[in-house]
Write a protein that binds this ligand. Structure first.
Ligand SMILES: [Zn+2]
Length: 171
């Protein structure tokens, strides 16, 4: 670690300690040349990757939007909100553990389908066939909306639930 005062590359670590949670290491350092002291912190660099859409646009992963889309896919199915939230947490964890800076939206779509398969076979089958023709998660949620907004016989057209909030990653 280069000295911030004189730029000399030779510094000595005089003290090393972890914080209580053990996720940050603090090191006291001394410059061998100018004898000034400074502190460095070391922590794990684990960030959510950006999601790259098919059109090349990058977007932030949005937990709430993804949860909204999955709730829409599982509407009127016997799946609890807690189970859906847990599924989104797992998807988030998988993306995080990939350690990539960027992940294609298709990958997110795959993970969503995998979770749907576990959560509810009917919802999975209903949407898997549709999704396969649409490699992009945004299109996927579009299709979900269209399918669910389709009027049923003898009933008024269903209201699209929570409208614009249902885009997986917005635009
Ligand atoms: Zn120095």
């Amino acid at each position: 670690m280069k000295c911030p005062f004189c730029g000399d590359p030779n510094t000595q670590v005089t003290d090393t300690r972890e914080n209580e949670d053990g996720d940050v290491v603090r090191r006291r350092r001394r410059c061998v040349k100018c004898d000034k002291r400074f502190t460095t912190y070391e922590r794990i660099d684990l960030k959510m990757p950006h999601i790259v859409k098919r059109n090349g646009n990058r977007t932030e992963f949005d937990h709430d939007k993804l949860a909204g889309s999955m709730k829409l896919a599982l509407r009127k199915r016997p799946v609890t909100m807690e189970a859906i939230e847990a599924a989104v947490d797992r998807i988030e964890g998988r993306l995080l553990s990939m350690g990539e800076q960027e992940v294609p939206s298709e990958k997110v779509g795959e993970l969503v389908m995998k979770e749907l398969k576990q959560l509810d076979k009917v919802a999975y089958i209903r949407f898997a066939s549709v999704y396969r023709n649409f490699a992009d998660v945004d299109e996927f949620s579009e299709v979900i909306r269209e399918v669910q907004a389709r009027p049923k016989r003898g009933r008024p057209p269903a209201q699209p639930a929570a409208d614009s909030e249902n885009d997986l990653f917005g635009n």
